[in-house]
Ligand binder design. Structure first.
Ligand code: DP6
Length: 360
């Protein structure tokens, strides 16, 4: 498939007005996307668990404009209040997707969006936010088109979400989604995420992700800048090669449910992501002292308890604690007792692997 396959032929009807709503979750990468080329093409493949609790709900009300205009027309409400500062990001997204959704300038939109997690939690909302908005626009396109296969719908939503934020393309379906062309995964694409197409061992069903909110402040360096710094990075090529190799190894691990090897890859990926930050020019550190304390506590406890708890990190100081359902009765009390004291204001979110976005 190419980008052109996402340009619609023509619509049967363009409704005068209507309303669509979706809830879309966040996701947590096991193999990390870090570095990109033009047009949101990833420099390396990635794979993630779709989450459940961390989600964005977006309602889009649309109404035909009297005259089609060269500017997009929309109001943006975040948690019920007008948010002018979020508008440029949405405007950039609309510009990028306009050719694939040619009706956008025919309407005025009222976009009403809320997050399930606290605004100031430091949890990135771009994956859930961009995918929820893309889903609403695709639902409109579906109603204008007469028929549309679920496969095309999901692919195009993922494609559009990617243009908003790379990781957002992995939030549409569950429970495991892969994005970025790689030889070990058939059907993999740089243009959209695909539902992981191979066998998944039962140990990954209901997998837990307890998100420890270590630092809720504004990040010193955004993901956008971080991706940019992979251009000319001294270790970029080795890192990109490593991501392909880790994905290929994960295929066997996911099938066999080998948690020991799963942990080795997932933790190494998290630390490599941060190692890339520490070795770019300019260099930067997003982990905080408490991030490291939590990692050390996890390693100590894992050894003592012989359980399979592990961590991963996104582009920030927060720690995602991953563990299987069968070990939660031992691991969760440990998290509460030993790890939560390192969280800012004791805040954490209990999340788990999920099935993807839902129409409301
Ligand atoms: C560290 O998807 O936020 O979370 O495409 O610029 O919006 P943009 O970047 P973004 O980057 C996410 C990076 C990551 C790893 C991952 O989710 O794979």
């Amino acid at each position: 498939m190419t980008e052109k396959d996402f340009i619609p032929n023509s619509y049967t009807t363009l409704n005068d007005e209507g309303e669509v709503s979706y809830t879309s979750p966040s996701n947590i990468a096991l193999v990390k996307y870090w570095g990109k080329k033009e047009n949101q093409v990833p420099a390396n493949p990635s794979i993630s668990f779709t989450l459940t609790a961390c989600a964005t709900t977006t309602k889009v009300k649309y109404k035909k404009r009297e005259n089609r205009n060269e500017e997009f027309s929309f109001d943006l409400l975040f948690e019920g209040e007008s948010k002018e500062e979020f508008k440029p990001k949405i405007n950039t997204f609309l510009k990028r997707v306009e050719v694939y959704l040619p009706f956008l300038k025919d309407y005025h939109f009222v976009i009403n969006t809320t997050n399930s997690f606290p605004h100031s939690s430091g949890i990135a909302s771009s994956a859930s936010g961009m995918s929820a908005l893309a889903l609403c626009f695709m639902e409109m396109e579906k109603s204008f088109s007469g028929t549309m296969s679920p496969e095309h719908f999901n692919r195009k939503v993922s494609f559009l979400s990617r243009l908003g934020s790379g990781s957002a393309c992995r939030s549409i379906e569950g429970t495991i989604v892969q994005w970025g062309e790689t030889p070990s995964i058939e059907g993999s694409s740089n243009l959209y995420g695909i539902k992981y197409p191979y066998e998944v061992h039962g140990v990954f069903h209901n997998f837990h992700d307890t998100i420890l909110l270590v630092d809720k402040g504004e990040k010193q360096v955004s993901s956008t800048v971080g991706h940019e710094l992979m251009h000319g990075h001294p270790f970029a090529q080795q890192r990109f090669d490593q991501a392909h190799s880790n994905l290929s190894k994960l295929k066997t691990i996911i099938k066999e449910g080998n948690l020991v090897r799963f942990i080795e890859i997932v933790e190494s990926e998290a630390l490599t992501l941060h190692a890339m930050m520490m070795t770019s020019h300019p260099y930067f550190i997003l982990m905080k002292p408490n991030t490291l304390s939590i990692i050390n506590e996890i390693w100590k406890f894992r050894k003592e308890s012989r359980t399979h708890v592990c961590f991963t990190l996104d582009a920030g100081a927060n720690v995602h604690v991953l563990y299987p359902e069968g070990e939660k009765d031992i691991i969760f009390p440990f998290i509460i007792e030993k790890l939560v004291p390192y969280c800012q204001n004791g805040q954490y979110i209990c999340d788990r692997i999920g099935l993807g976005a839902k129409k409301l």
